[in-house]
Design a protein around this ligand. Structure first.
Ligand code: TXD
Length: 319
């Protein structure tokens, strides 16, 4: 049986970390792609040389030509530019939209059967555009944000309650970051919902609200500390969890930005919802009943994603 091939489109901070993690987990052979000459080649060589030391068997290569991703089983997209001082949200949107157009064409030509995970920001709009530009089936193109947002939430909750992160689960919906909708009644410590833990006196509702807000601002907190870039270890780990579920047909239930076709009253858009990820890609979207405030928060989140989609359409009317 041929080894899996994993193409990483974008070889920056997240791209390099993805290559390292995929190698350590022996998920397959890895091709790093970037427009920057030397970067993907250098990172591939560096990680390959850790193979004999770590004891993993993975072939790594770096390319500047899309032909190198030919036949990839999984493509993880981080290509793009970050927001720089003086750049408006629309400037960023315009640049990264062009990048998605190039990436979509490259994947359509060389890896049309791949499972594609988009990470580039603004996530929910970029994954929607990438699916359209690539023309790949909607179930095979997803966005990574929810696994990261819930990872952040779980970390903060475990710290607060002084319990292992292993026993904390989190359920999040909606767009990435600011508009994330944490469902506290479905987030648990060893199966006990957070709403019950508040009643049991583990923490106050105000404290829980603060933790939720810190989770929403989780990306900005790290940008503020690093000063020269954004988070990359946890984003890479999150996308690898999604890729692994696809490659091993694990059918993990993970929050992903998925294409809605009527679920949650929405269609033709991508937003974070719980999905079953298996060999067919997004095999199922789990639709739960939202109550009062949850519904209002989700709708607000959908509204902000739709705003970004409209801004994309103003730049690229073919979308
Ligand atoms: O939860 C999430 N989805 C996110 C998203 C969490 C953290 C960061 N998130 C976003 O991921 C971030 O806002 C960026 O849009 C992406 C990638 O973050 P990273 O930290 O890896 O950015 P880098 O280091 O700037 O890497 C981007 C690479 C860089 O090497 C560029 O040369 C390359 O993208 N690039 C391109 N590659 C291919 N094709 C084109 N056109 C291109 N343009 C730039």
């Amino acid at each position: 049986m041929a080894r899996n091939k994993i193409a990483l489109i974008g070889s920056g901070m997240i791209g390099g970390t993805l290559a390292h993690l995929a190698s350590l987990k022996e998920l397959g052979d890895i091709v790093l792609f970037d427009i920057a000459e030397g970067t993907p080649q250098g990172k591939a060589l560096d990680i390959a040389q850790s193979g004999p030391v770590e004891g993993f068997d993975a072939h790594l290569s770096g390319v500047n030509d899309y032909a190198g991703i030919e036949g990839a089983d999984v493509c993880i997209v981080t290509a793009g530019v970050p927001r720089k001082p003086g750049m408006s949200r629309d400037d960023l949107l315009g640049i990264n939209l062009k990048v998605m157009e190039q990436v979509g064409a490259g994947i359509a030509k060389y890896a049309p059967d791949a499972f594609v995970i988009c990470i580039t920001n603004p996530l929910d709009a970029m994954v929607w555009a990438l699916q359209k530009f690539s023309g790949l089936p909607k179930a095979k193109v997803v966005g990574m944000a929810g696994v990261l947002d819930s990872g952040r939430f779980r970390t903060f909750l475990a710290d607060e309650f002084k319990v292992s992160v292993e026993d904390v689960t989190a359920f999040v919906l909606g767009g990435h970051g600011d508009t994330m909708v944490p469902l506290t009644r479905y987030s648990t410590v060893a199966g006990i919902p957070l709403t019950d833990l508040v009643k049991m006196g583990w923490c106050s509702q105000e404290r829980l609200d603060e933790i939720v807000q810190r989770t929403r601002d989780g990306g900005a907190e790290i940008v503020g500390l690093l000063k020269t870039g954004s988070a990359y270890y946890a984003p890479a780990a999150s996308a690898i969890e999604m890729a692994e579920s696809y490659l091993k047909d694990k059918k993990r239930v993970l929050p992903c930005a998925a294409n809605l076709s009527g679920q949650y009253g929405q269609r033709d858009m991508y937003v974070g919802v719980p999905c079953v990820i298996g060999a067919d890609g997004v095999e199922r979207i789990i639709e739960i009943d939202l109550e009062g405030d949850e519904k209002a928060q989700f709708e607000k989140s959908v509204g902000s994603v739709r705003g970004l989609m409209e801004a994309c359409q103003a730049i690229a009317p073919n979308l």
